[in-house]
Design a protein around this ligand. Structure first.
Ligand code: PHE
Length: 331
């Protein structure tokens, strides 16, 4: 046991002299390696007389653990003091740290929000996890209605533990939520993420960003819808942009339409829209003879693809820095 103590003192003294990481490694090999001093001692324990063997064996094992800890601590101390030694010259000019940049969808969403704000719209947000009631039923899409097939749905809770919930498949439930709380005149947009249980390809993602629009006032007609959306598209894509409205069906508007823009010789749909269904106005406690309005919903990824010439929607959420860096410094 005295030999062990002497050995420990020697080992610690030699560790104290290790001035860098490589020296700590060498020390570890010399003492704790396969042929190290302490390892040799441990191996010799079995040749000791049986009455002292357990005590010396335990002592040697304890010493081994203590030296391993001491080696680790010494290394940590060396690294810390090396970091301290890198002195800071406060007179040097600053360096720009590599900050990230805004995501192309954030850039596009902000531009869309600015454009609508300039046109007098408020901006609000709603919940991503939505009740079935708002996402479907109160938008005139009851269970079993064929229109439910338009939105493949990711359910998150329900049945036994209360009302059914889902990741909203569109931002339209916010039409209902906003009407519950506000009185006309209403002029609002709702940007936000939507989710669909969907196989992905170049034009479909399972997560997308929508901007919902809702306008309610007295005496609004389809002409106001057309005028507003055409003004919007001209602000976004330039005064010369060609547009077209075509019939489309959404259960919560009547009539419903889609707005397309002429893009590189093709027609591209940018949004769905229509006159808010009178039943929805009535459910909100308003007189549908007096109040009318229109709603629209557009895909932000779609607009970003147009703006930046991105051919595959899946690029947006792959987080490949080679893609994302192309938007550095853009607005
Ligand atoms: N919510 C519809 C969709 O996701 C778009 C839409 C919004 C259509 C508002 C009409 C009015 O496809």
């Amino acid at each position: 046991m005295d030999d062990l103590e002497a050995l420990e003192a020697e080992a610690r003294a030699s560790l104290a002299e290790a001035g860098d990481e490589a020296a700590v490694d060498a020390w570890r090999v010399a003492w704790l390696g396969r042929r190290g001093r302490l390892t040799t001692v441990l191996r010799g324990v079995r040749d000791l007389p049986p009455e002292v063997r357990p005590r010396v064996g335990a002592g040697a094992n304890r010493l081994k653990a203590a030296l391993e800890d001491a080696g680790d601590e010494h290394r940590t101390r060396l690294l810390a003091s090396a970091a301290d030694a890198e002195s800071i010259d406060v007179s040097l000019p600053g360096r720009n740290p590599p900050l990230g940049s805004l995501h192309p969808i954030t850039l596009t969403r902000r531009l869309l929000e600015r454009t609508f704000r300039d046109m007098g719209f408020d901006v609000v947000e709603g919940p991503d996890v939505e009740l079935e009631e708002y996402n479907f039923d109160r938008l005139r899409i009851p269970a079993g209605h064929p229109a439910r097939d338009m939105w493949d749905t990711i359910w998150v809770a329900g049945d036994d533990d209360g009302p059914r919930q889902l990741l909203r498949t569109h931002t339209s439930p916010m039409q209902i939520r906003y009407l519950e709380r506000r009185e006309p005149p209403i002029r609002v947009i709702v940007p936000g993420a939507c989710y669909r249980y969907e196989a992905t390809d170049a034009t479909h993602e399972w997560m997308l960003t929508q901007i919902e629009g809702l306008v309610i006032d007295e005496n609004l007609s389809f002409a106001h819808l057309k005028g507003t959306l055409e003004a919007f598209v001209r602000r976004m894509f330039g005064a010369d942009i060609e547009t077209r409205f075509r019939c489309d069906y959404f259960p919560f508007v009547e009539p419903g339409a889609e707005l397309g823009v002429r893009w590189q010789g093709d027609w591209l749909e940018v949004l769905g829209c229509g006159m808010v269904h009178p039943e929805i106005i009535e459910d909100a406690g308003l007189d549908p003879e007096r109040y009318t309005g229109f709603a629209f919903g557009m895909g932000v990824e779609r607009v970003a693809m147009l703006r930046y010439g991105v051919r595959d929607i899946r690029h947006f959420y792959r987080n490949d820095v080679r893609f994302l860096r192309q938007f550095e410094g853009r607005r």
